[in-house]
Write a protein that binds this ligand. Structure first.
Ligand SMILES: Nc1ncnc2c1ncn2[C@@H]1O[C@H](COP(=O)(O)OP(=O)(O)OP(=O)(O)O)[C@@H](O)[C@H]1O
Length: 669
């Protein structure tokens, strides 16, 4: 960070001294002079809000930094409040007042101003209307006159701040909308990744827009330059990492920054950075095109530590993105030999990673407080391509906030164990979970859990995910706009339902047992594809909404019916079909239940078919030597497994409605 005294800059001509507002006048320690604003009030009575409110009214030329080292606040807060004031200065008076009065002002994310519409402030808790008067051309002009030039990417900044102003234009090029993003340098925001950064790993950060990628990457650049004394070069495509203006923001520490004249030239600047400035580390925000991915890969081959971001939710998204797949090593389709194909159940082609990945590890940013760390990106890609769940660590912070000290905790043991290690027992996991809550009531984790459970009361369904990357499920929930209806939980005992990968679940009788004893509904998918996950979530919501009144009772009933049906099938298979080689028809059951019985037969390498019509539809299990339709007219056969698509959906049924997702067959031990 720059020293505070060096940050005091005087601008000419000096503005008339603004008179402090009454609430600041009462604080004897606030000193306002022609050239600078000094404040050193006692921390207990200090109000950031009142300072920001006042500062945002100052003429632009009056901005300065507090040079009084005796200030009782951390300098980062003072600096941030000054910078936030400069963003709020873009707004008309009424909007500014409403924004500064908002209780979450410190966490303001963006201000949105669209011509003819009411302006909005975006906070973590949601949108807030800043004025009842629609935005006019004058409002937009007032704002744009105070920012730098808009580049071809329609982004501009405010000099020496980290804010990003993005414009929306009409067909003639006039600005008709603005998104004013608040940028912050948050010290400690990359501490969860310090070990990787220190180990000189090349890191790819993936996350959806606004999740905090730039904030983390900026702090990584500072950490590498200041704490680990590396020669760091930032290729700053939209001046978002180092801020607007030619002198970079203090938030990047000693890291150097190269501006990019045109977004199309990012890849050229990347190569130039390596050839001209001898960097040990290159930091780059938003790799988005094939050319940029190629440049990044060239740099990695030259042994330079690379830290970069890309849009996406999961690594799977990058694998599927033809422009960016190179970052993860590329994907190729390989044709198998006959022997290998039959070993893999007849599959003729498989997808494989083409070569080494550009990055050593990857981090999926789930939220500002939670990261998924894939220590070996290559292992993750290999796992995804072969349909296995990848290994990752979940890293969370307990509390977060602007410039506050962050309490950081790693809890790989819990999440890793449950997502990836079948050998860790469900009971162990439940015990661990309970222990965490009981262990220490002063532990901030308890506070986090309490907050979580407050939220939980508001959502309808709590879902426990097993064997499927949670990030994909979160993406599915988001795409279905079901954030308010479905929430993931780490605690199986408080879940309403389980969503699991079939292959994983079948290998884990313990989790089946736990689910059974807790009377949980289980939704099973055959792969982790988004399509299947979304089908499962739809089915979950549909069933839960329809049956929520008597959910528990119904569930218990259907659970015992399932058990009976499966027990019946098991006895028939063990005592008649296999030893005597005779086909047997089971009792009439619902479509759902016969699906479970079918699965059981399949587990025993036996074929089965549905016969009869509702309400007499039933399953017929065949011994090995009898073909499926032998001895009966085809009309009699209602459906067989072959009539189902790869999701287990009955092609003829309800256009794949709630039955599109297999329910768990409770296999006998
Ligand atoms: N740890 C944090 N605590 C509080 N606010 C944060 C934190 N991290 C980021 N923010 C705020 O969230 C907003 C979005 O952050 P940022 O610009 O880093 O996201 P991003 O993922 O890079 O977004 P985009 O992809 O749109 O560029 C900003 O207002 C930023 O100041």
């Amino acid at each position: 960070m720059l020293s505070q005294s060096s940050m005091l800059h005087h601008l000419h001509p000096p503005p008339p001294p603004p008179s402090p507002p009454p609430h600041l006048r009462t604080l004897h320690s606030v000193k306002i002079s022609h050239r600078s604003l000094h404040f050193s009030p006692p921390s207990s009575s200090f109000s950031h809000r009142s300072i920001i409110k006042h500062i945002s009214k100052f003429p632009r030329s009056c901005f300065c930094y507090c040079s009084d080292s005796s200030t009782s606040l951390p300098s980062t807060n003072d600096e941030f409040n000054m910078e936030l004031g400069r963003l709020l200065a873009l707004l008309p008076e009424e909007m500014r007042r409403r924004a500064t009065e908002h209780p979450e002002l410190d966490n303001l994310i963006e201000v949105v101003m669209d011509l003819g519409r009411k302006p909005l402030a975006r906070f973590p808790s949601g949108d807030f209307i800043l004025s009842d008067h629609p935005i006019t051309f004058q409002d937009l002009e007032h704002a744009t006159s105070q920012v730098g030039d808009f580049a071809v990417d329609n982004r501009a900044g405010i000099s020496r701040t980290l804010h990003r102003i993005s414009a929306i234009r009409n067909r003639k090029g006039a600005i008709v909308g603005l998104t004013c993003r608040v940028g912050r340098a948050i010290s400690g925001s990359a501490d969860l990744l310090r070990d990787l950064v220190k180990d000189e790993a090349s890191i790819l950060l993936i996350g959806p827009p606004g999740v905090g990628k730039t904030t983390i990457i900026r702090e990584i650049a500072r950490m590498l330059a200041d704490d680990y004394r590396k020669r760091v070069m930032i290729v700053d495509t939209s001046n978002e990492i180092g801020g607007d203006g030619d002198i970079p923001h203090a938030g990047i520490g000693k890291a150097r920054r190269m501006q990019v004249p045109h977004t199309d030239m990012q890849h050229k600047v990347l190569i130039e950075a390596v050839e001209n400035h001898m960097p040990q580390v290159i930091v780059i925000d938003e790799i988005g095109t094939k050319l940029e991915a190629m440049a990044a890969s060239t740099i990695a081959q030259r042994g330079i530590q690379l830290v970069a971001t890309a849009h996406g939710v999961t690594i799977e998204n990058l694998i599927m993105n033809p422009s960016l797949e190179m970052l993860v090593g590329g994907v190729q389709s390989v044709t198998l030999g006959d022997e290998e194909a039959s070993r893999r159940g007849g599959q003729k082609t498989v997808l494989e990673r083409k070569g080494p990945s550009t990055f050593t590890c990857a981090v999926e940013i789930i939220s500002k407080a939670e990261l998924r760390v894939h220590r070996s990106l290559e292992a993750t890609v290999d796992a995804v391509l072969s349909g296995r769940a990848p290994r990752f660590e979940v890293r969370k912070i307990n509390t977060w906030g602007l410039g506050n000290m962050l309490t950081i905790e790693e809890e790989p043991s819990i999440d890793i164990s449950f997502q990836n290690h079948d050998e860790i027992l469900v009971e162990d996991f439940l015990e661990m979970n309970d222990k965490l809550v009981n262990e220490n009531e002063f532990n901030s984790k308890v506070a986090t859990n309490m907050v979580e459970s407050t939220y939980r009361d508001e959502v309808a369904i709590h879902l426990y995910v097993y064997g499927i990357p949670e990030t994909s499920v979160i993406q599915g929930i988001k795409q279905l706009k079901a954030d308010d209806t479905v929430e993931l939980t780490d605690n199986i005992s408080e879940a309403d339902a389980l969503l699991a990968l079939q292959s994983k679940l079948k290998k884990n009788p313990r989790i089946q047992a736990v689910a059974k004893s807790h009377h949980k509904s289980i939704y099973v998918t055959k792969t982790s594809s988004l399509v299947q996950i979304m089908k499962a979530i739809r089915a979950l919501i549909s069933e839960h909404t329809d049956g929520s009144k008597d959910f528990e009772g119904e569930d218990k009933m259907s659970s015992s019916e399932k058990m009976d049906a499966l027990e019946e099938a098991r006895l028939v298979i063990e005592q008649v079909v296999i030893p005597k080689g005779e086909p047997v028809e089971l009792l009439p059951r619902s479509f759902h239940i016969t699906s479970l019985q079918m699965d059981l037969a399949k587990e025993c390498q036996l074929q089965s078919e549905r016969v009869g019509k509702e309400p007499n539809a039933r399953l017929r299990i065949l011994p090995l030597h009898i073909r499926m339709d032998e001895g009966r007219s085809t009309d009699e056969i209602i459906d067989t497994r072959d009539n189902f698509d790869e999701n287990g959906i009955d092609d003829d049924m309800n256009n794949g409605s709630v039955y599109s997702v297999d329910r768990l067959p409770f296999l006998p031990d």
